[in-house]
Each structure stands twice: as C-alpha cells, then as structure tokens.
Design a protein around this ligand. Structure first.
Ligand SMILES: *Cc1c(COP(=O)(O)O)cnc(C)c1O
Length: 404
C-alpha cells in the first residue's frame, strides 16, 4: 500500500542533503570539538560554521547567541528555568495553548514557589497582546508565548507582544519550533530575547535543537559539568547533528517561498474539499493566520481516535491533538482553550502537510475520508438522534425533546 504521511508537525523525515552533510562527521571526522588535536579542531571548525549559519539564518547578531540543545523541549526548559533562576523574579506569564514543553514546565515552577499567569486565547487561538500587557507585574521575570501552535496552527502576534515586553522591561521567550524554517523569522525584527527551535521539524535530524539567547542575557545552566556552549550547557556536542540541522535550515529558508505556495495550495484544497464532502465539521484555528501545512478539523459525533485508526488502515497517517497527549483520555488543552466542549475536542483530527505531499495525496484523502466519517457516524448513537425527522427539536448534545 502506498502510504501517505500527513503528520509533519509531529516530525519530518531527514532530507538527503542534510544527511550527506552529516556523514563525514559520523565517520572519519569524529573528533571531540574540545580536543586540541587535528581531529578535535576539524570537528570544532565545522560545528562553529554550522552555528554561524544558524545564527545568520535567524538574523542573530552573533553566533555565540545560539546555544545548541538536545531538542526543542530542552530549549524551552533551558529558557524558562535558566531565566527564572537567574533574575530572582517570582512571576512568569505564558499562554493557555503552549506546547507541553512550556506549559508543563511553567506548572512545575508554580509548584516550586513561583507564580504563573496563563493568558487565555480567543476562539481562533489568538493571544491578545493587551492581555499580556495587563498581566505584567513588577516581579514578572519572563513572558513565554509560542510563535505557531502545533495543534491548530494559529500564528501568534509575537512581534507586538515582544514590543510590549521591551517597553515594560521584561524578557520575552518564544517557542518557534513549529515556525522556524516554515515562515520567516528574524529575531531582531521580532524583538525576541530567547527563541527555541528543533531540527526535526524542518527536515533536519531528531534529537537536536537550539535556543537563541540575546547577548547580555544571563542564563543559569541546567546541565552542568563541561564548559561547552560557553558554560551554558555541558556535554560533548553532537557535531554531526548540529551540521545536519544547520544544512536543513539553510535549505528550508532558501526554499521557503516555493514551499509556502505548495503547502498553502494543498492545505486550502484539502480544507475546501472536506467541507464540500462532509457535513457538520468545524475548522479549528485561525482561517488565515495559520501555519502553511496545518489542517485541524472537528467531526461531530465521532471520536478522533477512531478516525485515525480508519485513516491508518487506508494508509493515511494523521494525528489527534498533539502526539504527546495521544494515548491519554484528557482532551487537548489547546482545543479546550479555544472553547470546544469535550465531545468536539475528542472528535478532532490534525493533518499536517509537508514537503513530500502531492495533489494526489489530497485526492486520495478526499476520496476515502468522507466514507470513513459517514460509516463511524452511522454507529454513533448521538448521530442517529440528531438525524431524526424532527431535527429542529434536538438540542446541542443531540437530545431530542419530541422523540425521547
Ligand atoms: C515538537 C515541538 C516541541 C518539542 O520539540 P522536541 O524536539 O520534540 O523536543 C516544542 N514545541 C513545539 C511547538 C513543538 O511543535
């Protein structure tokens, strides 16, 4: 069976050019960058070139502003703990729809004596910058608001939020794991003080990421030992992966205009096609302020998990909510924050498109998906009730006031 991958927000395949760039550093050029001999110097030189390339890719003023981490989650943890432990302030602000790497970290801080404010979002998942302004207190140490949401694809007004933070003298961090390599990012133009990213979300390797930290910001290290990363993160560097990540980022930025056109065309065709073929569905996230490849839809009367299983049986890989919460019965905190009820949140599926998707992939989905939804709805007791002849007497939950 030809398999169709539509889960690029969970991870993307490693592109060939990145693998080719990595190979010599996995084999003959295996030195430890801290060593002073030829092997060490060779590895160090290539690693520092990669760091400089990443810095220039995001508009950083200096390569030393890039701290390499093991993943996006580590970058988020380092930003939050690193800042909060350094500056002695007690209050942190984040949003209600952050990735677990941010929101769970903030929850732990709140248990350890810090105070947290979670800014709510509107029905599209947008954070109101004025709400951030109003939440800032004299003891606020950090504001952390994500750039693009991993579940519903909403792109937040982080430039405005960063401006407010600057005005108020509060540091601003953004989780850009979903956006770097996909939409333009320049840390100077945004005004971000710290920014997280991860290689595997833009066709680089898994298990490597980074944190941009503006010069002059101090950061308590969370991994101690060696003096790597200017004493901000101990541990022998993953040289080959750093090189692969830098290569993937360079290419992603060079290809961005074409890639955006490709993805938005496929995305909008998929959304339009599903709305034409399947009744009683709802698009989650913002209609236009949206990641190019994100399609998140709620299907009334069905379980997202059942939809995923049936899609998978047809060779289509999608996701319900975020991969991190799949397998748990809790509805996604993001879908709850945009105001969905439990049932609607549970009936949601994310299809995240990427580089290797084609028009034929969209056609295949539009061919099989309506039948899957119809079949599952046939088996749903809620659906039978609301499709009775006297539908006008049925309430929101599907309970009929006539044919009880
Ligand atoms: C994937 C993701 C992360 C976590 O990155 P890892 O490299 O998997 O740790 C953090 N934030 C967002 C928004 C993500 O999409």
């Amino acid at each position: 069976m030809d398999r169709i991958y539509m889960d690029y927000s969970a991870t993307s395949p490693l592109r060939k050019e990145a693998l080719d760039a990595m190979m010599p550093y996995l084999t003959e050029n295996f030195g430890n960058p801290s060593s002073i001999h030829w092997f060490g110097r060779t590895a160090k030189k290539a690693m520092e070139e990669a760091r400089a390339s990443i810095a220039s890719s995001i508009g950083a003023a200096d390569p030393s502003e890039i701290i390499i981490t093991s993943c996006g989650s580590e970058a988020d943890n380092l930003a939050i703990w690193g800042v909060m432990e350094t500056y002695g302030k007690k209050h942190i602000i984040t949003s209600a729809i952050e990735h677990h790497a941010v929101i769970d970290t903030v929850k732990i801080l709140a248990k350890e004596g810090y105070e947290a404010t979670y800014i709510p979002v509107d029905e599209y998942g947008l954070v109101d910058p004025e709400a951030v302004r109003n939440a800032i207190r004299p003891d606020t140490g950090l504001v952390s608001i994500m750039h693009g949401n991993n579940e519903i694809g909403t792109i937040e007004p982080i430039g405005e939020i960063a401006g407010i933070c600057k005005e108020k003298g509060v540091l601003f961090h953004t989780d850009a794991v979903q956006t770097l390599g996909h939409i333009p990012i320049n840390v100077q133009a945004i005004g971000a003080d710290l920014l997280s990213f991860a290689g595997h979300k833009f066709y680089g390797p898994k298990g490597i990421g980074g944190l941009y930290v503006r010069k002059g910001i101090r950061l308590e290290p969370q991994l101690t030992g060696g003096a790597q990363e200017r004493k901000r993160r101990a541990g022998t560097e993953n040289v080959a992966y750093i090189i692969g990540m830098a290569k993937a980022l360079e290419l992603a930025i060079a290809e961005m205009p074409d890639e955006t056109r490709h993805l938005t065309t496929l995305r909008d065709r998929l959304i339009k096609g599903l709305f034409e073929r399947i009744p009683e569905i709802k698009l989650n996230g913002h209609p236009t302020k949206r990641l190019p490849g994100n399609v998140n839809i709620s299907y009334k009367y069905v379980e997202g998990e059942s939809l995923l299983l049936h899609l998978d049986m047809n060779g289509i890989a999608a996701s319900s909510g975020s991969a991190c919460t799949s397998g748990s019965l809790e509805p996604s905190h993001v879908l709850m924050a945009i105001g969905l009820n439990h049932e609607t949140a549970h009936g949601s599926v994310r299809m995240s498109l990427g580089k290797y998707n084609t028009e034929q992939d969209i056609d295949k989905v539009l061919e099989v998906y309506p039948g899957i939804v119809a079949k599952l709805r046939e088996m749903s007791p809620l659906y039978v009730k609301t499709t009775c002849a006297r539908k006008e007497f049925c309430d929101e939950s599907g309970t009929c006031s006539v044919n009880k």
